[in-house]
Design a protein around this ligand. Structure first.
Ligand SMILES: NC(=O)c1ccc[n+]([C@@H]2O[C@H](COP(=O)([O-])OP(=O)(O)OC[C@H]3O[C@@H](n4cnc5c(N)ncnc54)[C@H](O)[C@@H]3O)[C@@H](O)[C@H]2O)c1
Length: 369
């Protein structure tokens, strides 16, 4: 039998997402009281408030009460912690949503930290290919960063944030009153993302953070509003960034290659803010070894992060070999965002040769005291 060439018809089409979402971010002490007014414009048939079991005990009933006179409101809970930021937990949230008749007109509210925001944001982006989303962050980390953001992801077995999507929330309500129940380490964790923006965009803000009174809700409001403003400003100056995030590392990724690996090496040991703070020092030292930044800046950064109590002691699981294996052992070579000067947002998006990164990690682990 002779082989004949298959008769193949070639067709193509272009897919372009063109819609824009205007995100309303309300920041203020007592801002949660604005929730009923803010949610009304979304005309929900049902409201699902998703939180972890710790937040359910603390705040779920109070937030439900704000809405239950006017709407059908369901609370959905999940187990807390980074180790539960996985597809299985998203599937459990999905089961609850559909069991209670969640529809395309339902609104999903996240109430909690970045773990809740990431998982529920991912679910809201895929439920009916996108339902309305409101973020009500209750950690400083989520108030300064994950709540006013569009990235949502969960972890695979080995890789942090490996499975994700983009979706803008419709409304974000940031109320520092929620932070009163956070323990000091939990509160400090949020400063990690705030100081990242300071170190790369605004050294005045770094000085403010070093002197701030973290027990004052108005100070916490200022920190959240300033950090989000710096992030929005960075986005405005990065046109097309959502199309090329796989290729270009922005300043929001400072310390994040190493930080994310540090979180995965020992799940639930470091807070996200602590992990990226270790990462910022290591990666900035690597930048120094590559001749991009002076040593004085590396030391200044380390001193700032130490003063903010963000360099939480690493345990024995953090060895040079483990870190190297995790960083360079995957299929994609890591792309870093490297600082060239403190306060300068023009970071370098580049690979680091493995031997240079090894030297930076060895220096850091041997000098961490
Ligand atoms: N752009 C983004 O999407 C983005 C940005 C930054 C961080 N993240 C992700 O966020 C996660 C870290 O978030 P996180 O630091 O908020 O941690 P988290 O969500 O794990 O919360 C930390 C702990 O604090 C508890 N908690 C939350 N609010 C509380 C409150 N008001 N009072 C008492 N306890 C409270 C939680 O129950 C949990 O046990 C990481 O997975 C990180 O990757 C995402």
């Amino acid at each position: 039998m002779t082989k004949t060439q298959a008769d193949i018809t070639h067709l193509d089409f272009e897919f372009k997402k063109t819609y824009t979402t205007q995100v309303e971010v309300l920041v203020g002490v007592g801002a949660i009281k604005e929730l009923p007014k803010a949610i009304a414009r979304l005309k929900p048939d049902k409201i699902f408030i998703v939180c972890d079991t710790n937040i359910a005990e603390l705040y779920l009933e109070d937030v439900k009460k704000l809405l239950s006179d006017s709407y059908e409101v369901y609370g959905v809970t999940h187990d807390p912690k980074e180790s539960n930021k996985k597809l299985e937990t998203v599937a459990e949230i999905s089961t609850e949503f559909f069991a209670h008749g969640g529809s395309t007109q339902s609104v999903i509210c996240t109430l909690g930290g970045g773990v809740t925001a990431n998982m529920v944001g991912l679910f809201a982006s895929i439920a009916y290919r996108g339902v309305h989303l409101i973020n009500i962050p209750t950690t400083l980390m989520s108030q300064v960063d994950s709540a006013a953001d569009v990235k949502h992801s969960v972890n695979s077995e080995r890789i942090k944030n490996a499975i994700g999507s983009y979706k803008a929330p419709d409304i974000v309500i940031i109320d520092p009153n929620f932070l009163k129940s956070l323990n000091p380490r939990g509160l400090r964790a949020g400063i990690g993302e705030a100081v990242k923006h300071g170190l790369s965009q605004d050294m005045e803000f770094v000085n403010y953070l070093l002197k701030a009174d973290y027990s004052d809700p108005e100070v916490l409001k200022h920190i959240a509003a300033t950090t989000i403003s710096l992030k929005i400003d960075h986005w405005k100056h990065s046109p097309g960034m959502w199309n090329d995030t796989k290729l270009v590392r922005r300043l929001t990724h400072l310390g994040h290659v190493t930080g994310k690996i540090f979180e995965m090496i020992h799940l639930d040991y470091l807070t996200h803010g602590e992990a990226i703070s270790h990462g910022m020092v290591i990666e900035t030292y690597a930048s120094h070894l590559l001749g991009h930044i002076d040593m004085e800046s590396v030391e200044k950064m380390r001193s700032v992060l130490q003063q903010l109590e963000l360099l939480y002691p690493l345990d024995e699981t953090y060895t040079v070999d483990t870190i190297m294996d995790r960083t360079y052992g995957e299929s994609d070579p890591p792309l870093f965002a490297l600082l060239t000067e403190l306060g300068n947002p023009h970071v370098l998006s580049t690979e680091i040769p493995a031997e240079v990164y090894r030297e930076a990690v060895s220096w850091y682990l041997s000098s961490r005291g």
